[in-house]
Design a protein around this ligand. Structure first.
Ligand SMILES: [Zn+2]
Length: 75
C-alpha cells in the first residue's frame, strides 16, 4: 500500500475504496479527522496493474467486497 499524505491537514489519509479496472487499480483515500471535508480532500490514486503489488492485500480488506463487481469479459 502507498502512503498518501494530505496537503491540507498534513495527516496520512486512509484507504476507503478500491476498484479494479482492466488496466489499472484505483484507490480512494480520505482524511479521517475533523479538519478536512473528505469531499474536498479526497484523493484518487490510479496504479497501473504492472506496478501494483498491493492488489492481493487490498482484496483481503473488508472494503473490497463493498465495491466489487463481477468480472465482465472486456469486449
Ligand atoms: Zn486532510
Amino acid at each position: 500500500m502507498m502512503s498518501v499524505k494530505c496537503g491540507n491537514c498534513d495527516s496520512y489519509q486512509t484507504v476507503v475504496g478500491y476498484r479494479k479496472l482492466p488496466e489499472k487499480n484505483v484507490y480512494t483515500y480520505e482524511c479521517e479527522n475533523e479538519i478536512c471535508d473528505p469531499n474536498v480532500t479526497r484523493t484518487i490514486v490510479e496504479v497501473p496493474k504492472e506496478f501494483d503489488n498491493s492488489t492481493k492485500r487490498a482484496e483481503e480488506l473488508p472494503y473490497y467486497t463493498a465495491e466489487a463487481e463481477p468480472d465482465t469479459p472486456g469486449e
